[in-house]
Design a protein around this ligand. Structure first.
Ligand SMILES: Cc1cc2nc3c(=O)[nH]c(=O)nc-3n(C[C@H](O)[C@H](O)[C@H](O)COP(=O)(O)O)c2cc1C
Ligand code: SF4
Length: 491
């Protein structure tokens, strides 16, 4: 986890506890109608969180159902189901929606959420595409196997070794010589991408248009997203959230680093072209009454990445196209991720951009609480100035009633998304509504949960996962040491 040099630990702001009457009058608990006609009972929202509970084949499990039913028991206005892959390819224990065989499990999930929330909570599913990323290789294997040897390597090796005999060496000997180079010499012999593959693990980019499957993304993705959205509709979801945020394919099209020269990169409109075409294909497939929104970044939050001005441009474009909501996140990129251990894959939340995405309590002077809302408010203002009323969902360190209410009051956002606070206490919105805010278990923004996500372990909260483990019916991790969902609220 990235920690700023100031290392200021921010205590929680005391929770403003509304009475039941005050809560009833609060903006947070007023309904909101989306352009599709779908009404959220209030402006509380649990954004996507991957809990690592699907089968290795991407199916819904009883643990997935328990996870979402537990959130639904707290009756938020909306829950967004975790990033769910649109392709029919293996991707580990992450949910998938790339084939009709996934529909029955997702249908069960929809029914469980409806039942647990008494029909109050609207349910969306986040649909995602991602490019290939490999684990950081063992250097020996990298040099002996993965490195695609080229004539340039031989030429540059000859330069650094001042070695006349390089031309006569066979490939194995050249590889062995490269493997023995000092770092500064290696930096001369390998190109930037090869060094990155050695240090971090190979990672595809949307600009790798020499790869046919990457070149053809503009042709393939609209159909894949549209079919996934149609399956979500069949399974009974209220809508889909197109995942255009963080480190994944669609965010990479929007990124300032997207220099594709085929009309799908370069200018702001070029970068936004595929995201708009994906949206258009989805909308055509699911119709106007099914909600379709997107999650994207108000700021990529790394040097050279997209800025809030870029996000304003995209937001206006998405609103004009007719999206039902714009959900804003920040950062979470590979570009500034920390070097993983050999055998591990890079994780896009380990650098400064990851810190901005899930701001922890140990921070700089600004601190974690709603730290990116000022940028998100600028995006919303741009949408409003352009004449659109599309709801804007804001997120990042919002876990307190007074803060949430003031964001809505100032017009900085229309819906309050809270991920970690909701994981810590899935009933917190309900407790506030019922005038029982004093009972809320407060998230301490330790990012223990994010650490589990990084290790692809089942996500739980440190404030409840050791509680009442021997209670009958409690499901736990395989070693029995952590419970998988928050204990029930005993009123
Ligand atoms: C364990 C975990 C998993 C997450 N998975 C996703 C995800 O699948 N998709 C997504 O857009 N954001 C994901 N996020 C980011 C959250 O949705 C949210 O934007 C972020 O945690 C900041 O909000 P918070 O301060 O309320 O936690 C995840 C966050 C956590 C802690
Ligand atoms: S582990 Fe719990 S307390 Fe810590 S950040 Fe995650 S949700 Fe909050």
């Amino acid at each position: 986890m990235f920690i700023p040099k100031e290392r200021i630990r921010h205590p929680l702001v005391p929770m403003h506890v509304p009475t039941r009457k005050e809560a009833a009058a609060a903006r947070l608990f007023t309904p909101l109608e989306l352009p599709s006609g779908l009404t959220l009972a209030d402006r509380t929202w649990i954004p996507a969180m991957v809990p690592w509970r699907a089968t290795d084949e991407g199916f819904v499990t009883p643990d997935v159902i328990d996870w979402y039913a537990r959130f639904a028991a707290g009756q938020p206005g909306a829950i967004v189901v975790e990033a769910t892959g649109i392709r029919d390819v293996p991707s580990g224990p992450l949910l998938r929606i790339g084939h009709d065989r996934f529909i029955p499990g997702l249908d069960k999930l929809v029914r469980a959420v409806s039942e647990a929330s008494g029909g109050r909570t609207r349910l969306f599913i986040q649909i995602i595409d991602f490019l290939r990323i490999r684990r950081r290789p063992d250097p020996e294997r990298f040099f002996s196997t993965f490195l695609q040897l080229r004539d340039e390597h031989r030429a540059r090796l000859a330069e650094v070794n001042a070695d006349a005999d390089v031309g006569s060496l066979d490939d194995t000997a050249v590889r062995a010589r490269i493997a023995r180079l000092e770092r500064s010499q290696l930096e001369h012999v390998l190109d930037g991408r090869e060094l990155e593959s050695l240090d971090m693990g190979e990672r595809e980019r949307v600009t790798d248009v020499h790869l046919p499957h990457v070149r053809d993304l503009p042709a393939t993705l609209p159909g894949l997203f549209a079919e996934a959205a149609a399956r979500a509709k069949t399974a009974g979801f209220d809508g889909v959230e197109l995942h255009y945020a963080h480190a994944y394919t669609m965010a990479s099209f929007l990124s300032a680093l997207n220099t594709r020269a085929d009309g799908y990169g370069g200018s702001l409109d070029g970068r936004m072209r595929l995201p708009l075409e994906v949206y258009a294909a989805v909308r055509e497939r699911v119709g106007a009454r099914f909600s379709v929104g997107a999650r994207f970044l108000c700021d990529e939050a790394f040097e050279g990445g997209s800025s809030v001005e870029d996000a304003c441009h995209f937001a206006v474009g998405f609103a004009r196209a007719g999206m039902d909501f714009l959900s804003l996140s920040t950062g979470g990129k590979f570009e500034d991720a920390k070097q993983p251990k050999v055998g591990d894959a890079a994780y896009p939340y380990t650098g400064k951009s990851g810190f901005e995405c899930m701001p922890p309590a140990l921070s700089d002077a600004v601190g974690p609480f709603a730290r990116n809302v000022p940028k998100q408010a600028r995006v919303r203002a741009a949408v409003r100035s352009a004449g659109f009323t599309t709801p804007v969902v804001v997120a990042g360190g919002i876990g307190e009633f007074g803060l949430a209410e003031s964001i809505l009051e100032r017009g900085h956002g229309d819906v309050i998304a809270a991920a970690r606070q909701s994981l810590c206490d899935p009933d917190w919105f309900l407790k506030l509504r019922e005038g029982r805010g004093g009972d809320v278990r407060r998230c301490i923004y330790s990012n223990y949960c994010e650490g589990l996500d990084q290790k692809h372990r089942k996500v739980t909260c440190q404030l409840w996962d050791r509680e009442a483990l021997d209670e009958p019916g409690v499901s736990t991790t395989d070693n029995g040491r952590r419970r998988l969902v928050a204990p029930p609220w005993r009123r």
